[in-house]
Design a protein. Structure first.
Length: 172
């Protein structure tokens, strides 16, 4: 059997990839869609995230990335807790709204309420996790935020919203 040619490999530790190629690679990687919400005392903030991942089952923890230049970052950084809203297939419009800057993301038509503990919770989601924030980790032009899951809720009948190649999709 003849080995197939391999693409040239950059030397370990080298940065031989530009940002556009990197983004193209991850556009082809489907991801669930979440909106992270918090209130550090100045009103609710939130943003759309596709970088969410489970981190640990014991104790239950999640991790996501947020841009250092995101308008929500200064608020999230000082909030002790946040909510991960895992979106349902019916919430593509909500995902688009929370991905836009310069608007009041919590104004109508956004449907939301406040948990008894004070965090904003979006209505109509597939699931949610209330988390205690751990110290952020600087990572390039983003911060990694780790959250210890304190409470959760789910609608097991709701289908998830998926993001792939710059579009929202629903699983069949």
């Amino acid at each position: 059997m003849t080995p197939r040619p391999r693409p040239s490999q950059p030397a370990p530790g080298s940065a031989n990839i530009d940002g556009e190629l990197f983004r193209t690679v991850f556009r082809g990687h489907p991801a669930g869609v979440a909106i992270i919400t918090a209130d550090a005392g100045a009103g609710p903030v939130g943003f759309t995230a596709t970088s969410l991942s489970s981190l640990s089952a014991e104790p239950p923890m999640v991790v996501f990335a947020i841009s250092a230049s995101a308008s929500a970052w200064p608020h999230l950084r000082t909030a002790g807790t946040f909510v991960v809203n895992l979106l349902s297939s019916a919430q593509a419009d909500v995902a688009r709204r929370f991905a836009r800057s310069g608007i009041d993301r919590f104004a109508a038509p956004t449907r939301w309420s406040t948990l008894a503990t004070g965090e904003p919770l979006l209505e109509g989601g597939r699931a949610w996790l209330r988390c205690a924030a751990r110290p952020p980790i600087e990572a390039g032009d983003h911060y990694l935020v780790v959250g210890l899951v304190l409470d959760a809720g789910t609608d097991p009948g709701a289908a998830p919203l998926i993001y792939h190649d710059r579009e929202f999709h629903v699983l069949p």
